[in-house]
Design a protein around this ligand. Sequence first.
Ligand SMILES: Cc1cc2nc3c(=O)[nH]c(=O)nc-3n(C[C@H](O)[C@H](O)[C@H](O)COP(=O)(O)OP(=O)(O)OC[C@H]3O[C@@H](n4cnc5c(N)ncnc54)[C@H](O)[C@@H]3O)c2cc1C
Length: 422
Amino acid sequence: MAPVRNPLAADCLTKGTLLPSSTEVESILRSAPQPLPLRICSGGTTSRCTEDQHWTLDLSDGHRTLVLNNDHTSVRLGAGLTMGEIQAELAIHRRMIPTGLSGLPGAGFLITGGMGPLSRSLGLAIDHIEGIRGIWGNGHRFRITRPGDALLEHSPEHMEWRGLLGAALFLGVVQELDLQTTPLLSVEILQGCVTPQELEALILEAEGFPNGISLQWCWGARLEVMLVARSDDRLALQILRHQREARKLSQPLYTHLSGIHQLPALGAMSLALTDEAPVHQEVLGLLGPRWSDQSQALITALGVAMANRPHHRCTIACQQLGGAVSQQPCNSSSFIHRQAEWKPWITASWLPGDRSGRQASLGWLEQVRDCLHPLCPGVHLAQLHDHLPWHARELEQAFGSWLPHLRDLKQRLDPNGVLPML
Ligand SMILES: Cc1cc2nc3c(=O)[nH]c(=O)nc-3n(C[C@H](O)[C@H](O)[C@H](O)COP(=O)(O)OP(=O)(O)OC[C@H]3O[C@@H](n4cnc5c(N)ncnc54)[C@H](O)[C@@H]3O)c2cc1C
């Protein structure tokens, strides 16, 4: 059963689905004198895990390894598992990895530098990867472990490792990953809806938060906020409880969870839940440093954009970074925006088959992107847009001066362009 969960991807007219075992991927990548037109699908939550007239290489069936080591401090994961499946299994052993706001995404979350509400204290998912196995686009098998500090920065092994952490989807098919696990952390969360003025105040306060607490928000029909605090961090809990008293939240909800695998969906309060009809969507994630006193003008501008959104399922959401994310060197992975404090993401929505609605929504997404650009000049390439005119621009914004080196790697490891273009 194909896992294509993204409605736009599910509606593509593909050539068919390949469900290879872990040993068959190599022969598929090497199979023909002409490379097969392929798209790779792990969790199937993005619009580009399938494409018209392409085969879908679906890893969800044949790549389901989940093996913990004896003391449960590391885990080997197959690329066909979702983050929810992984966290549910790890939670049984009181362990976790730092995943994001939802259990739905698959290995794409791990390899694109995924971040979550605990990233301010635990870092990005890629910071916990210790080893990666898979097949380069050229059909050769690879097995790489985290290089030691003694390895030269420009050695081929270091360059390949750095390329895989955050840009693997351009270079190879990742089949298995080894990750360090951490003890399961319980969290307390505060949710509710706020006015734009309350959000401005909250953003300013959040920029001074300790690393044990993070702010995320989603602006749809209403403006929803979610604060997530580690239960083992007294200062973070004090701040959370203060926010519960001080903020004028409508529909406030205060919950204790045994781990982030139990997080409620961000957006459930801000979207009209009665409207469940599938929509087609494209999502763009941006990255930028602290907004400080410029957040007021930004939120005002975003309010205007929200009032003019072409479809009611167009949203602007945001999650907080900083802390442990910024403590890793920029050259340790392809995620170069280590100093980012905020990751806003813009979702353009339209009805399936509505060509002018699609155009209007993508135009709106570009306007919001341009509005955010001065404060968020970076891109988090968690969703590909290699079918849209601004793909070249997003590559520049995602990888900056590392991009030419990535292109050299691509030339060597995927010379026929079997994987998405870079
Ligand atoms: C509900 C929801 C919540 C989310 N929350 C967060 C969040 O909190 N933080 C965050 O950072 N992101 C978040 N995301 C974004 C998500 O993590 C990324 O879009 C991620 O890339 C999706 O992974 P996937 O395996 O489901 O994607 P897929 O659609 O299967 O694949 C995504 C892309 O990666 C490539 N790819 C997939 N698997 C492989 C592989 N094994 N080897 C090589 N290339 C591969 C494919 O070419 C495809 O283009 C969220 C997404 C959703 C839908």
